[in-house]
Design a protein around this ligand. Structure first.
Ligand code: SAH
Ligand code: SF4
Ligand code: F3S
Length: 455
């Protein structure tokens, strides 16, 4: 019997990628994707816990789903992802509508959990974290695919314990996926016409595969005699699949991105000229309190390494948090000056949101008033907008090779694609270009987008 599955994802790219794995697991159990809640038998929400607001958004969403469930009581509702892992069975009490709670490592169990609800009319919970699960043999159903770009998850979990962050608790320990299965997935995507893949992990640069994990696998390249495969090796092996396959990766913890990785970016035209290197703060005392393991000077040296090995044209973006515990005005100004120093192409910026159970919650006081957190945030946002414009203006009158991803979101008379530096370019439409590389000359820009013409 064919049943309908509605699945919605919040949070980071890992969650969107996981939802594709979930769709694949449930497909084998007879579920097809459906984009109407009211026509679905199973409704799954893949959730994020990174900030309080992210959780509030999910709770609001549950209210609207509740309206549908009232007129269709047999509909099964499940919470997946980080909120499921953080709150576990508590979610069942707090949100009466929820039938299933499944953490990020429990997705293979979903068919059983659903069956339990339907056949025994029991609520089901599985939030067991795994040391091994990478879902490596599951071929994702590409849900939101444009047929051109796709995510490949290469590692899971995080061992870093930044003091503000809930991820180590919701995603468990770090583990890397078998590189053969990663390469096969990438080759398969390329054969199907995809032209860009993003290698995903909370901490991609700490990808590490040693033969002890599985001594039966043989790979064409092994970086040293011990046979360990590091992220730089994986990046190079993926780059070699085809010069027409663009490779991106996210996210890099500054402490883990090595010069070997930077050299691969430099040496392979198809490894994109873009690094997301979250700084979080520009002040060394705050960085220490955040447990980021680097200080301001060390981070700036890393930026210098990028500029000297990859070159000035390499785009760099960051994440920042304002108003972390005890951050003084002067320490906030250090973040602004770090930004002036680097001139990022882009940043994701947030004010600090205390998360239960984290080191910062246990050890420090969340003592910066919300108005100050928000004011500091608006200061870094304004600065970033100026810097994004400065960086984008440098592209004017230059020519870029872009990969066409689809029609412009605003008008179908225009197409959109990205440069290697991850900048979105809008240009007048011509037929049959989606999924192709084109050369575009940039004519205008704002802080978010470039506007160009085909060469
Ligand atoms: N693994 C990635 C980050 C994942 S979370 C990395 O280490 O770079 C994405 C971003 O959310 C973080 O970089 C941080 O800037 C922000 N963030 C995490 N926890 C937060 C919190 N408690 N409050 C506000 N922002 C937070
Ligand atoms: Fe969170 Fe830090 Fe891990 Fe990133 S590296 S997921 S910020 S603990
Ligand atoms: Fe959110 Fe979990 Fe990703 S907390 S940012 S969905 S790893």
């Amino acid at each position: 019997m064919n049943k309908n599955l509605f699945i919605q994802s919040y949070g980071c790219a890992m969650n969107f990628s996981d939802s594709e794995i979930v769709a694949s697991i449930l497909k084998k159990d007879g579920y097809s994707l459906c984009n109407k809640i009211e026509e679905s038998d199973l409704v799954l929400i893949n959730t994020c816990s990174i900030r309080e607001k992210a959780e509030d958004t999910v709770r609001k969403r549950l209210e609207t789903i509740n309206i549908h469930k009232k007129s269709k009581p047999e509909m099964v509702v499940g919470i997946l992802g980080c909120m499921a892992e953080r709150l576990k069975e508590k979610l069942l009490n707090e949100e009466k509508i929820v039938d299933i709670v499944a953490g990020p490592d429990a997705y293979r169990d979903l068919p059983n959990l659903v069956k339990n609800v339907i056949e025994k009319n029991e609520k089901s919970v599985n939030t067991i974290l795994s040391l091994e699960e990478t879902y490596e043999n599951i071929e994702p159903v590409r849900i939101n695919s444009n047929g051109v770009t796709a995510f490949i998850s290469i590692m899971r979990g995080c061992d870093n314990m930044c003091s503000f962050c809930v991820v180590p608790y919701t995603r468990g320990r770090e583990r890397s996926r078998n590189p053969n299965s990663i390469l096969n997935e990438a080759k398969d995507l390329f054969d199907k016409g995809y032209r860009e893949i993003t290698l995903l992990g909370q901490n991609v640069d700490s990808f590490k595969w040693s033969p002890e994990n599985n001594n039966k696998i043989k790979l064409e390249k092994q970086s040293d005699k011990s046979g360990i495969i590091y992220f730089s090796d994986l990046l190079e092996m993926t780059a070699k699949i085809s010069p027409d396959l663009r490779i991106r990766f996210s996210t890099s913890h500054p402490k883990d991105i090595t010069n070997d990785v930077l050299k691969v970016i430099k040496n392979y035209e198809n490894v994109c000229n873009y690094i997301h290197l979250p700084a979080q703060s520009g002040n060394s005392r705050i960085l220490k309190k955040m447990n980021r393991t680097y200080d301001r000077e060390w981070y700036l040296n890393k930026i210098n390494d990028i500029k000297s090995i990859v070159g000035d044209s390499c785009a760099i973006s960051s994440d920042f948090i304002t108003g972390f515990c005890s951050e003084s005005e002067k320490e906030h100004i250090d973040t602004l000056s770090l930004m002036d120093n680097v001139i990022y192409d882009y940043s994701y910026m947030f004010y600090y949101s205390e998360r239960p159970g984290t080191l910062a919650h246990k050890k420090f006081k969340d003592d910066i008033p919300i108005e100050i957190k928000k004011r500091r945030l608006s200061e870094i946002v304004n600065k970033q907008n100026n810097h994004s414009l400065v960086r984008n203006e440098l592209t004017i009158d230059n020519q870029y090779k872009i990969l066409v991803e689809g029609t412009s979101k605003k008008t179908d008379k225009y197409l959109r694609g990205r440069t290697s530096e991850n900048k979105m370019v809008i240009f007048p439409k011509r037929n049959n270009l989606i999924g192709k590389y084109v050369d575009v000359k940039i004519k205008e820009c704002n802080s978010a987008t470039l506007f160009g013409e085909l060469c």
